[in-house]
Design a binder for this molecule. Structure first.
Ligand code: 6GU
Length: 259
């Protein structure tokens, strides 16, 4: 996969040299190219922003410099373009999976109050353009959001994770624990500062371990993400799940009423 990132702060992307993503780049699985937006300015001050039409606070990124930058980066190609912004569609595991299937992504990082909207209109006519938000809070610019997205997408590429099962078991990944967060994990030693590893995990009984993990996932989801429990499809819950959720004083679906 090829990734182009355009930003006025290329230094933000130094972390992409390390860990899983850094290794994937060394192997050639990922071809990451970071570009300085100011390289496409023509004035001595390398100006990238101006005051907003209609008034109001802050500055807006100028369309001409973005147009020159994007034209130069894409050439005759047609990457999928991602514009990080708190006004965008939510970045989810599902969107990460979808983007991991693309051959080429272009991230256009805005600062200040954002990029002149005509840039998205112009390239939206030629490329698939998505404005994407990583959560309901406001960052100073899109750079950190792009780091988040590149890591989430990159680890899904074939051969990037050591253990292929790791991505399948993730909280929010499509699969058996879909829509639940994962429960607690433990490693050796069996007792640490008086805290014992739950005995079932040492039992070697795979069925009991699986059931215990599901119970813990349900408990933790109930505690930390009650809105996910409320959205569960009752069809995906077995009798044991229902009993546990009842114990946690939660009622599920009409099917539950019958018993
Ligand atoms: Cl993608 N950008 C900015 N600037 N702030 C954000 C965001 C993105 N997602 C959440 N907050």
């Amino acid at each position: 996969m090829r990734l182009d990132i355009v930003s006025i702060f290329p230094e933000y992307f130094a972390p992409l040299d390390v860990s899983l993503i850094g290794k994937a780049r060394e192997r050639g699985t990922l071809d990451v190219r970071v570009h300085q937006l100011r390289d496409w300015t023509h004035d001595v001050h390398k100006t990238v922003d101006d005051t907003p039409y209609g008034g109001g606070p802050g500055m807006v990124m100028k369309p001409e410099v973005w147009g020159e930058a994007i034209d130069a980066v894409i050439g005759d190609g047609a990457p999928r373009m991602i514009v990080p912004t708190p006004s965008g569609r939510p970045f989810t595991q599902e969107l990460a999976q979808e983007l991991a299937g693309e051959p080429w992504l272009l991230f256009a990082c805005g600062r200040y109050e954002g990029i002149d909207s005509r840039v998205m209109a112009e390239y939206g006519a030629r490329l698939r353009v998505d404005e994407v938000s990583i959560g309901d809070y406001v960052l100073a610019g899109g750079e950190v959001a792009v780091l988040v997205m590149v890591e989430a997408i990159g680890r899904l590429l074939p051969g990037v994770l050591g253990n292929a099962q790791s991505a399948v078991d993730d909280s929010f990944a499509p699969g058996s624990m879909r829509n639940l967060v994962e429960g607690p994990v433990y490693t050796k030693p069996p007792v640490w500062r008086g805290h014992e590893v739950p005995a079932v995990l040492l039992s070697g009984h795979h069925g009991k371990v699986a059931r215990w993990r599901r119970d813990e996932a349900l408990r933790r989801t109930m505690r930390n993400r009650p809105e996910l429990v409320a959205a569960l499809d009752p069809e995906t819950l077995d009798k044991h799940d229902r009993r546990l959720l009842e114990e946690l004083s939660f009622r599920v679906g009409p099917e539950d009423m019958a018993n």
